[in-house]
Ligand binder design. Structure first.
Ligand SMILES: Cc1cc2nc3c(=O)[nH]c(=O)nc-3n(C[C@H](O)[C@H](O)[C@H](O)COP(=O)(O)OP(=O)(O)OC[C@H]3O[C@@H](n4cnc5c(N)ncnc54)[C@H](O)[C@@H]3O)c2cc1C
Length: 594
C-alpha cells in the first residue's frame, strides 16, 4: 500500500475505483476492493499513524490534529439560540481515530425499520454476516468474566480486521456491579442482564460493554482499533493495488451523461489542502463517496447533485435534481453534563479504575415501556402516529410530509417490538462518577448545506435538535431516570450524600417543566451524524438505492454514515463496518458482472 501526500509519485493511469475520504467506512471498502483492483483513496486529513493520543484509548477526547469541530447554526429548539460545536475526525481513520470506541450494534427491530423503509436486503439477518465479517471479537478471559463481562459467540466474527474486546485489565468491577444492580432496581426488575449487547435483541437489557480496542501483546497495553489500524496499516492488510493520498480534498465529482440516460462518474477534481494546483484523477469503474454525513452531501452539492433550486442560488449548474441531498439529517442528543461526586470512603481502584477511563463501562437500553410505563407508552405511540410534518417541512428537513410521517410510524413500530428507547451509560472518573443518557431514535430532521463553492469551507449544519415534541419527551424521561440513579443504592452508596444537588441534575420530585428546562439548556450533540444522503425511496427524498447507488447514476455509490436513514445504530462505528463490508460485496459483484 502506498500512503503519501505527494501527488508527483502517483501513477497517471486511471484507477478502477476512487474513494472520496479515508475515514471509518472508506478504508474498509478500500481494503476489500483493492485485493484485485486498483484503488485510489483521497483523504483531506493527515496520516497520524504514530500519534500516541490517537492510539492510546485512554487519551480519548484529547486534542489531536484529527479532532475538528464545526459550530452548528443556532439551535432554535433549545430554549432560543444555543450554538453547539459538532466534533468530527479528519485524518486516516476519520471518526474511528478519535471516537470513544463504544462497541455498539444496531438491533433486529432497528434493521427491520430500515428494511421496511424500502430497503430489501438490509434486515438484521442479512446484515449480521457483514458485521461479523469485519470483526475479530476477543472473548472475555476468566478474570474479565469474573468481573462481569459476558458475550455470545454465535453473533460475533473471529477473523475480521477490527479487533473488539473488553479492557485489560477489566476496569472498575465494583463500579460496574453497583451500576448494574441500581439499573435493575430503578426499572423495577424489567431490565435484565444481556448475554451480549450486540445480539440483535432489542431493549430491556444492561451489560458491561465492549469497545473497539485490542490488547497489544508487545506493548502490553490496550490500543485503539481504528479503521486505519484495522484495515490499512497492519502488514496482513497491505495491498499493492491501493494508493492513499492524504492532505488533499475532493472539490467535485466529475461526471458525464451515459448512453442509458444515467449520469456516469468519471473521476474527481482534487485540491491540496496547503494550496496549489488542482488535479484530476479518473476512475474506470466506480466512484465511492465516503466523506461522512457532514461532508458527503457538500461534495455532491458542489458537483451539481442536489436540490436544483437551492443549487441555482449558489450559481451551481444542476446535473441531477435530488432534493434529498443534505436533507433528513439526524443526530441523537446527549445529557452529558452529569457528574456525581464520589464519596471519599468509596475511592478505591476497583471503583475508579485507578484513573484509567473508558466511556460507558456499563450500558443500559430500556424500552419505551420500561422508561415510560404502559400509559406513557400509549401516549408516545399516539404522538408518533399523529405527528405533524409542518415544522420539518418548513425548514427543509424532509422533502415531503409523507417522508416524515413514514419515519415516525416506523419509529412507533420499532418501539412496539422493543427497540431501545434511550441509552444510559455509566462511566467512572478519578473523583466523580458520570451517568449520561442518550436519545436513540430522534424525530427532529435537519439539513447540511454549502453556502459557497469553496471546497475548504465548513458546511452549514442545522440539526434542528428538539424541534419535535416527542424528542423532548424522550429526554425528559431519561433525565428523570438519571436523578433516580443518583439516589438509589448500591450506586448511591458510592456517592456523597448531596451528590444529586451538587450535580445540578433536577431533584427526583422536580416538575416536568423544571426537567424540560434543564434538558433544553444542558444537552449536547450525540455526534452520531447520519442520514444526509439517506438510503430510501427517491420519492421520500432518498439519495441512494439499497445498492447504495446514487439515484440517476450508473456508478456513483455512497458508503458512509450519510446513507443510514434512521438512527438505529445507538453508536455508529460497528454498524458502519457492516455497511462497508456490504458495500464492497455489492461493488465486487457488479464488477464480476461487467
Ligand atoms: C468525538 C466522537 C465520539 C464518538 N464516539 C463513538 C463511539 O464511542 N462509538 C461509536 O460507534 N461511534 C462513535 N462516534 C461516531 C463515529 O465515530 C462516526 O459516526 C463514524 O466515524 C463516521 O464514519 P464515516 O465513515 O461516516 O465518516 P468519517 O469517519 O468521519 O470519515 C470521513 C472522512 O472523509 C474526510 N473528508 C471529508 N471531506 C473530504 C473531502 N472533501 N475530500 C477528502 N476527504 C474528505 C474526512 O477528513 C474524514 O476522514 C463518535 C464520533 C465522535 C466525533
Amino acid at each position: 500500500t502506498i500512503i503519501t501526500n505527494d501527488t508527483s509519485i502517483l501513477k497517471n493511469a486511471p484507477y478502477e475505483y476512487i474513494i472520496i475520504g479515508g475515514g471509518t467506512t472508506a478504508l474498509a471498502v478500500a481494503n476489500r476492493l483493492s485485493v484485485n483492483h486498483s484503488v485510489l483513496v483521497v483523504e483531506r486529513g493527515p496520516d497520524l499513524v504514530n500519534d500516541e493520543i490517537i492510539n492510546d484509548p485512554f487519551d480519548y477526547g484529547m486534542p489531536s490534529p484529527c479532532f475538528l469541530q464545526v459550530d452548528l447554526t443556532p439551535q432554535l429548539g433549545s430554549n432560543g439560540t444555543r450554538i453547539l460545536p459538532f466534533t468530527h475526525g479528519s485524518c486516516l481513520g476519520g471518526g474511528s481515530s478519535i471516537n470513544a470506541m463504544i462497541g455498539s450494534r444496531p438491533t433486529f427491530a432497528g434493521m427491520s425499520a430500515v428494511e421496511a423503509l424500502g430497503n430489501p436486503g438490509w434486515g438484521w439477518n442479512d446484515f449480521l454476516p457483514f458485521m461479523q465479517k469485519s470483526e475479530t471479537f476477543h472473548p472475555p478471559n476468566p478474570s474479565q468474566l469474573a468481573g462481569g463481562a459476558n458475550y455470545l459467540a454465535v453473533v460475533h466474527g473471529f477473523e475480521g480486521p477490527v479487533e473488539v474486546s473488553f479492557s485489560q485489565p477489566f476496569l472498575a468491577p465494583a463500579f460496574q456491579n453497583a451500576a448494574k444492580n441500581t439499573t435493575q432496581t430503578i426499572f423495577n426488575g424489567a431490565v435484565a442482564l444481556s448475554p451480549d449487547m450486540g445480539d440483535g435483541f432489542s431493549g430491556g437489557h444492561y451489560s458491561s460493554y465492549y469497545f473497539h480496542i485490542h490488547f497489544n501483546e508487545t506493548l502490553q497495553v490496550d490500543r485503539r482499533s481504528s479503521s486505519a489500524w484495522s484495515y490499512l496499516y497492519p502488514q496482513t492488510q497491505q495491498r499493492p493495488g491501493l494508493t492513499v493520498l492524504t492532505g488533499h480534498l475532493v472539490d467535485t465529482i466529475l461526471t458525464s451523461h451515459g448512453t442509458d440516460g444515467n449520469i456516469t462518474a468519471t473521476g474527481v477534481l482534487v485540491e491540496p489542502i496547503s494550496g496549489g494546483t488542482a488535479l484530476t484523477f479518473n476512475a474506470s469503474r466506480e466512484v465511492v463517496l465516503s466523506a461522512g454525513a457532514l461532508y458527503s452531501p457538500t461534495i455532491l452539492q458542489r458537483s451539481g447533485i442536489g436540490n436544483a433550486t437551492f443549487l441555482q442560488t449558489l450559481g451551481i449548474k444542476s446535473i441531477l435534481d435530488l432534493p434529498g441531498v443534505g436533507a433528513n439529517f439526524q443526530d441523537q442528543t446527549l445529557l452529558t453534563n452529569v457528574s456525581f461526586p464520589l464519596s471519599p470512603s468509596a475511592n478505591t481502584t476497583n471503583i475508579t479504575a485507578g484513573g484509567l477511563n473508558l466511556l460507558g463501562l456499563v450500558i443500559t437500553h430500556p424500552t419505551a415501556i420500561d422508561t415510560l410505563g404502559p400509559n406513557g407508552t400509549i401516549t408516545m405511540d399516539s404522538m408518533l402516529r399523529n405527528i405533524s410534518a409542518e415544522h420539518a417541512l418548513s425548514v427543509g428537513g424532509v422533502v415531503n410530509a409523507e417522508a416524515f410521517t413514514t419515519h415516525a410510524t416506523l419509529t412507533a413500530d420499532a418501539y412496539q417490538i422493543d427497540h431501545p428507547f434511550i441509552e444510559i451509560f455509566y462511566t467512572p472518573g478519578a473523583k466523580v462518577l458520570e451517568v449520561w443518557a442518550q436519545s436513540i431514535l430522534p424525530l427532529s430532521r435537519g439539513t447540511v448545506r454549502i453556502n459557497t463553492t469553496d471546497p475548504s469551507a465548513d458546511p452549514v449544519i442545522d440539526a434542528q435538535y428538539f424541534t419535535t415534541e416527542v424528542d423532548i419527551e424522550v429526554m425528559v424521561a431519561a433525565a428523570r431516570r438519571i436523578s433516580s440513579i443518583a439516589v438509589t443504592p448500591p450506586f448511591s452508596d458510592l456517592l456523597t450524600p448531596t451528590a444529586l444537588e451538587e450535580s445540578g441534575v433536577p431533584q427526583v420530585g422536580a416538575t416536568d417543566e423544571e426537567v424540560r428546562q434543564w434538558v433544553l439548556s444542558t444537552y449536547t450533540p450525540g455526534i452520531h451524524a447520519i442520514a444526509s444522503n439517506s438510503m430510501m425511496p427517491r420519492e421520500l427524498g432518498g439519495v441512494v438505492s439499497p445498492q447504495l447507488l446514487v439515484y440517476g447514476t450508473s456508478n456513483l455509490r455512497i458508503a458512509d454514515a450519510s446513507i443510514v436513514p434512521l438512527s438505529v445504530f445507538p453508536h455508529t462505528t460497528l454498524g458502519l463496518y457492516g455497511v462497508a463490508e456490504k458495500a464492497a460485496d455489492m461493488i465486487l459483484q457488479a464488477a464480476e458482472n461487467t
